[in-house]
Design a binder for this molecule. Structure first.
Ligand code: HMG
Ligand code: MG
Length: 283
């Protein structure tokens, strides 16, 4: 049987967080419900971050309260600190995602603190998650290149991945946040990271600024990774990462994986409908 690759859908969070126009909660709920019908195992649907920093994500609790919860689909949300974790847990998420940067410049821009401080801030989340039996996903941003600091040394990524592993993250997603990675650069970074975390615990998170996301994903598959983050309709970007284009589009990744002989378990017709809906939300 063909190898399975999970597409971790991030559109309702990484996609919509960057939209300048306020998107009604009911539209966010409708998008998630459409995605739930596509066959995803996991969908990231909200962020419990400061509403002063990312106003678009201020309605996370309402989104989680309003969506259908079909069996077999797990819903994740982002949390930057214990306050965010507690709000995510109260909203009954299945998985909490924490996020740090491999570069100091982006850490300051996105989290208003150093990389070391951001990891310290995660300790109380890790403790609470252990007590609650909550699955933790970690994100590392700027794994190859940073608009503030330039090239990211692979060793710096490996150190942050090791710290997230030690905090209890079951999975770490490696973010080419500004979409500047080459397959060779991503591969060199993976060579360092794989000394700290096995491929089964890693995901590739690509933005498609330079049109190389699919070849970067191929490099990740070559190294044994089997989870790929993507955003329906190619929605996305990061409000604190200048130059970051949208995430690689889910439907593009799904078609690419199918053409390469991988199974994703996704219903391509339902996915095309969800992508058309997502693009309409952009206005
Ligand atoms: P701060 O201003 O340094 O800290 O923000 P603060 O503690 O003074 O908080 C400021 C205000 O926010 C306070 O309110 C807090 O109570 C409130 P005030 O007292 O002024 O009325 N606050 C919160 N409210 C709700 N939920 C919370 C929360 N925390 C504080 N959880 C902070 C520090 C970390 C909060 C801020 O920098 C922040 O929220 N940053 C998030 C930025 C963000 O969401 N970026 C996008 C997601 S990351 C990404 O997209 C990359 C990724 O996709 C991977 C990749 O592509 O690389 C994951
Ligand atoms: Mg992202």
């Amino acid at each position: 049987m063909a190898d399975f690759v999970e597409i971790f859908e991030v559109g309702p969070r990484d996609g919509l967080q960057n939209e300048p126009r306020p998107i009604p909660t009911s539209d966010k709920i409708a998008l998630v419900d459409r995605l739930s019908a596509c066959g995803f195992r996991r969908i990231e649907v909200a962020s419990f971050v400061s509403p002063k920093w990312v106003p678009q994500m201020a309605d996370g609790a309402e989104v989680l309260a309003g969506i259908a919860r079909p069996p077999g689909v797990r819903f994740a949300a982002l949390a930057p600190n214990l306050k965010g974790y507690q709000a995510a847990r109260a909203a009954q998420v299945d998985e909490v995602a924490v996020f740090v940067s491999a570069s100091e410049g982006f850490s300051r821009a996105n989290l208003n603190c150093t990389v070391a401080e951001s990891l310290d801030r995660l300790a109380p989340i890790a403790e609470a998650a252990r007590a609650d039996g909550m699955r933790l996903r970690g994100y590392v941003s700027m794994v190859v290149d940073c608009p503030f600091d330039g090239a990211t040394p692979p060793g710096a990524v490996a150190r942050v991945v090791a710290a997230l592993r030690d905090l209890g993250c079951a999975e770490v997603s490696l973010g080419d946040t500004v979409g500047r990675a080459t397959p060779e650069g991503f591969d060199a970074m993976l060579a360092a990271v794989l000394t700290e975390m096995p491929a089964t615990g890693l995901a590739a998170h690509c933005h498609d600024t330079a049109g190389r996301a699919l070849s970067v994903i191929d490099a990740a598959l070559e190294r044994g990774l089997r989870v790929v983050d993507a955003s329906v309709g190619g929605l996305g970007g990061c409000p604190y990462a200048p130059g970051a284009a949208g995430n690689v589009a889910t439907e593009t990744v799904a078609a690419h994986l199918a053409a390469r002989g991988y199974r994703t378990g996704l219903d391509m017709v339902a996915l095309a409908e969800a992508a058309a809906f997502a693009r309409r939300l952009r206005g």
